[in-house]
Design a protein around this ligand. Sequence first.
Ligand SMILES: Cc1cc2nc3c(=O)[nH]c(=O)nc-3n(C[C@H](O)[C@H](O)[C@H](O)COP(=O)(O)OP(=O)(O)OC[C@H]3O[C@@H](n4cnc5c(N)ncnc54)[C@H](O)[C@@H]3O)c2cc1C
Ligand code: SF4
Length: 712
Amino acid sequence: MLAPSALRPRYRRLVSARVVIVLAPTCDLVLEIFLGLNGVTSRRLQSKPAHRNRIIGLFADPEGALGEATKRSLHLPQLMSILGRETCDARPMGLERPCVLTIAAVDRKPSALMNKGSCPTEQILSLLQEELAEFINLVGAQVLHRAPAPDGALTRVHRQGAARANFGSVNPTTGQSMSFDYDFIIIGSGFGGSVSALRLIDKGYRVLVLEKGSELKADDFPKSNWNLKRWLWMPSLGFRGLFQIRIFRHVTVLAGVGVGGGSLVYANTLPIPKRGFFESPSWAHLADWELELRPHYATARRMLGAVPNPTFTPVDRIIKEVAEETGNPFDKTHVAVYFGESGKTVPDPYFNGEGPERTGCNMCGGCMLGCPHGSKNTLDKNYLYLARKRGLDLHANAEVHGVEPLRGGGYQVRARHGRSRLRRRRRSYTARNVIFSAGVLGTVELLLRLKKDPKGLPKLSKRLGAKIRTNSESLIGVIGQQREHDLSRGIAIGSIIQTDEHSHLEPVRYPAGSGVFRTMLAPHVTGQNFAIRLARLLATIARHPIRTLRAATVPDMAKYSMILLYMRSTEGTLRFRLGKLARKHMGSDVETGVTPTASIPEATKLAERIAAKIDGDSFSLLTETILNTPTTAHILGGCCMGDSPVNGVIDRNHRVFGYDGLYVIDGSAISANPGVNPSLTITALAERAMARIPSKADLEGNSPPGREPQKG
Ligand SMILES: Cc1cc2nc3c(=O)[nH]c(=O)nc-3n(C[C@H](O)[C@H](O)[C@H](O)COP(=O)(O)OP(=O)(O)OC[C@H]3O[C@@H](n4cnc5c(N)ncnc54)[C@H](O)[C@@H]3O)c2cc1C
Ligand code: SF4
């Protein structure tokens, strides 16, 4: 059991929050937590021990939300009936016996509430509700039972507030119950969509996920990327694989497609961004992101099964040497891989037996082709797997093309089902709420089209498509002349050099036999204009014709090369808009800062150093060498957060401005440049967004006593 003194620092940051209603503790330790928060509170608690087990204090900061609430005659008992009495299982907090917590928190941003002097009651209540959910999440407690709120005027206010937030199925004008096919429809099954699916199912909602890609099993994955039909997503050619390449004027974007989204092709690497990301002026005014996301990062890593990479390959040795020579820190990556005993299959090691069996990683290097061995923790093996087991409906090969508001609330979602373009069926569904989780390429393009459609979502913010971030990446391949080491063995990304506060480099690999990128490469040269790059390209070939030819015809590129992924967190954004000619498709413009470039001198220098170690030469994709267009696997933004539709598409809780019950929860909601691989952050943000949605039973006020929440 944790001593109170050990617990206290965990909550120290809360001191700055205004804890406004105090709890009814039956346990001294709970008292102790709050002693650290508010001296007045603790004295009152101590002076009235007989009053334990019921609410004994209200300490409203007159400037805070509750102060405002009390000024408006919302008295404590009424407020408590609205918020509900939380009976928490305090064991995760290290307490020996369960205790009763009745808490309301916290107004960290009074200005957000006060709204220039007017502070609508429902707004206060809905924010308090959110804060309560967040607090419970933060202290790691589990809500076992929430007492139903009694009927009455304030309850009505609360219910209306909930209807406005579209969590329930109540017509906000008539108060009548409405019938929808689902409470939530989620578009896309990547990181944002999968987290949302599981958490909403666990909160008792009826949820449907529509995914345009296929559901791929171990046998469906390509053995090498030469198998274009299984690897690429190009449905117009009948290729329904898992990897999509889209070329824009200013960036080439790589993305995953299929049940599990980008997790199918991703390189498993799950870092937490540095502080600058959380404090970026683009979103720091909306929340204390570092504090708020901390518990959700921990949940995300647990759910995705992320562990420090326990292996060390020849590539990691080279990276370590370069780190030492350049005086930069070397790290192993945190990766979502089950290592166990190589090749040995075991029952689910992650979710108390509820998940699928797993097989120990054999270091084949195939992570980015979809792991056929059952070792990579893709979303279909954790979030989606559990959600489906617990009642999620999921349709693969179902591409959403329409979302239309219904009169009286809710939405109609239209999708095309089927693998063949010629034999696709159109189906529509209704839902109270819709979550866009189709990734930047899917969500932003669909919303741009819906904004143009008068029957679609024409009121979407004008900021839609703005602040697209490329993570400022550069991809350089180094093809070695030596043939003695097989560089393809290992997980996709095993190590990392922190080159400075804002940038780092990761070596990436494909499995042996995967050489298709060879057909798209040219010697890596830098230079800001085409003439310079062309001259340098020709000069390189003229200087080393044999080496260049030998590299270009390397028998197995994956075995004898290293792909270097360089990322940095500098600013500079693009804007996606509907194409000028083909208005169905997106195009790009430069929005702020410098145009993203493939010429990053720091990356080139590192590549040269690494090339020297394997007697190699640097190559880049033709689009980078010829056009200077960078390639990114980490496209982000386009539906960024703001405090109003003037400066954002969604609010800090991912709710779309202008449309109740619409959310964006995926990479397009990322509102600053993480400068690192973003999937963990997308997962943590989705966990945070979901923690703010009350359970269906809570909304309907009919939570059965003692209902056990499901774990996982
Ligand atoms: C090769 C590669 C390696 C990567 N490696 C890493 C890594 O190591 N670490 C990391 O953090 N990130 C990595 N990434 C990036 C990571 O995959 C993405 O950042 C992440 O998947 C984005 O998550 P998301 O929730 O935004 O949506 P996604 O995971 O992109 O999922 C969106 C889903 O929506 C579906 N969809 C799109 N439109 C529609 C529609 N209209 N109807 C229905 N469904 C639709 C798509 O098919 C897709 O399945 C990598 C990416 C690539 C391409
Ligand atoms: S290295 Fe191979 S076995 Fe290991 S996770 Fe990647 S694809 Fe799966």
